[in-house]
Ligand binder design. Structure first.
Ligand code: FAD
Length: 472
């Protein structure tokens, strides 16, 4: 990275907030994907929208590529930058700017940590619904870029359903407001387009979110099953009644064993082949009636026991085990390849069998913890990246799992994004014409493709786009 550019960046944000020594860059060389490491050329850490604007404008004039970064908890390599690229870390922009309890809105900077927002508005009887399991660390800006989900998105929808307005610095350094604070988009739904764009359309510098009332009543059920198939079938049976639980999460035996051996032990039965965590919320009478119906279905489908959380503390403990499950898997091996795919709910039982077969054939350790209600799978492969043969088998198994999910009518990501990890799978589900259209949309925001270069849309697959460009 040129010393002149580093000096200019320091002039904008203060030299202290520009990191370019190798030891400093190491912190930013990975995100949650353990198979890709790359040191950025320089890291710049702005404190305000105007500093982001100035930085991006400078990079535009210099023709330099850049990558935005929140907390770096992404699991698809999206927040990792190459040595010729500037990484713009948004973690200093961590203020909640405004809360309107009457209209149930909050305006936040992108670096606000997800869980802090709900904590801040809890005294008003409100919360921010999307609750990724990483919510104690990930940022709302990163959630917007990934269209993050979470256990409670089954009933309430994912991030895109909770964002009404965005302030965005485009890759040329100009600022645009997308959407409206009222939540009714005027003109085309550009907020919907931006949410989930994985850092390719610019940097979001302010976010207006919907807040929802904390439910009047909540019931959390823990059911344990003798087989994964029975638990998977129970999920479909519950949804078939028309009841939509707030959350319906599954953990298999390997996952339960890791959680129960860790400091996050939640009292899950370690002899169960799978456990389901089902949460119902709403008005007390409705919750009472629905939880009795759900309990009966779980038992009919073979649950050995169904217990209800006995107190708020018990409920928090049951959820802590689920939400810290990835961390608990650190006990199994030093590295974890977290896969993310979606399948039709009805395909869950067969897919779980196929994943077990792939695990056994490659001699791998796979634990499953996932948003069963939406068919959003997370098969997690524990491994040690110091063992090249094991790394190869992990790679092949990930590929096979994804192929099985796509063949069942599923998709290659439910919530963790494409980033660099899923690039090769994009042509499996999108035609060259569709990929070319995606790239054309990207170029509306970023004609030179300097924002998060090389991610999401595989360039080699865009034959149509290349042909059209060649003809120009
Ligand atoms: C233990 C664990 C559990 C997880 N559970 C879930 C889960 O339940 N649901 C879920 O959806 N995800 C989950 N994730 C994945 C991850 O936490 C989410 O994708 C999250 O939204 C990433 O936020 P971040 O701040 O860490 O973003 P980063 O990882 O820093 O960045 C992610 C992407 O967003 C872009 N980006 C970041 N900030 C901005 C910005 N201000 N403007 C434009 N682009 C930006 C980056 O360029 C990158 O492409 C989990 C991850 C871990 C490690």
């Amino acid at each position: 990275m040129s010393p002149a550019l580093i000096e200019e960046l320091g002039r904008i944000v203060g030299p202290r907030w520009v990191r370019h020594r190798r030891a400093e860059l190491k912190t930013y060389a990975m995100d949650g994907l353990p198979t890709r490491e790359s040191y950025p050329g320089v890291v710049v850490i702005p404190a305000s929208s105007s500093e982001v604007r100035e930085v991006v404008r400078l990079l535009h004039l210099a023709g330099a590529p850049f990558v935005a970064r929140g907390a770096g908890t992404g699991l698809s390599g999206g927040a990792v930058a190459d040595p010729e690229t500037v990484l713009i870390a948004l973690t200093r922009m961590n203020r909640i700017l405004h809360v309107d309890p009457v209209r149930r809105r909050a305006v936040v900077q992108p670096g606000v940590v997800n869980a802090r927002l709900s904590e801040a508005v809890a005294p008003l009887g409100l919360h921010y619904v999307p609750d990724p399991s990483s919510q104690a660390a990930c940022t709302v800006g990163g959630n917007v870029a990934e269209n993050a989900g979470g256990p409670h998105c089954l009933k309430y929808g994912v991030t895109t359903n909770h964002i009404v307005q965005l302030e965005v610095v485009l890759p040329d350094g100009s600022t645009v407001e997308l959407g409206s604070p009222h939540g009714e988009p005027w003109g085309p739904d550009l907020v919907g387009l931006f949410v989930g764009s994985e850092g390719m359309f610019g940097i979001v510098t302010a976010i207006t979110v919907r807040l929802e009332p904390v439910p009047a009543s909540v019931r959390t059920l823990l059911a344990d099953f003798p087989t994964v198939r029975a638990a998977s079938e129970a999920v479909s049976s519950v949804i078939a009644t028309g009841i939509v639980p707030a959350a319906m999460e599954m953990m298999d035996r390997a996952c339960v064993a890791a959680v129960e051996a860790s400091i996050y032990a939640a009292g899950y039965p370690t002899d169960a082949a799978a456990v389901l965590l089902v949460e119902l919320d709403g008005q007390p009478d409705a919750v009472e009636a629905e939880s009795e119906t759900v309990r009966a279905i779980l038992c009919e489908r073979g649950a050995r026991s169904v217990r209800s959380a006995s107190s708020a503390a018990d409920r928090a403990r049951l959820w802590q085990g689920r939400k810290k499950a990835f961390g608990a898997m650190g006990r199994i091996a030093p590295d974890l390849a977290v896969q993310d795919a979606v399948v039709p709910r009805s395909a869950l039982p067969d897919i779980m069998d196929r994943i077990a077969e792939i695990r056994d054939r490659h001699g791998l350790s796979i634990s499953n913890v996932f948003h069963a209600g939406d068919g959003n799978l997370h098969p997690n492969i524990s491994f040690d990246r110091g063992d090249p043969d094991l790394v190869h088998r992990v790679h092949v198994a990930c590929h096979e799992i994804m192929a099985v999910c796509v063949a069942a009518g599923g998709s290659i990501t439910g919530e963790h994004g494409v980033g660099s990890d899923k690039l090769d799978y994009m042509p499996w589900i999108f035609s060259p014409e569709t990929l070319a259209a995606m790239r054309a949309v990207r170029r509306v925001f970023d004609p030179a493709e300097r924002a998060n270069p090389g991610k999401v849309v595989p360039v080699h697959a865009c034959r149509e786009w290349r042909a059209a460009r060649g003809a120009q």
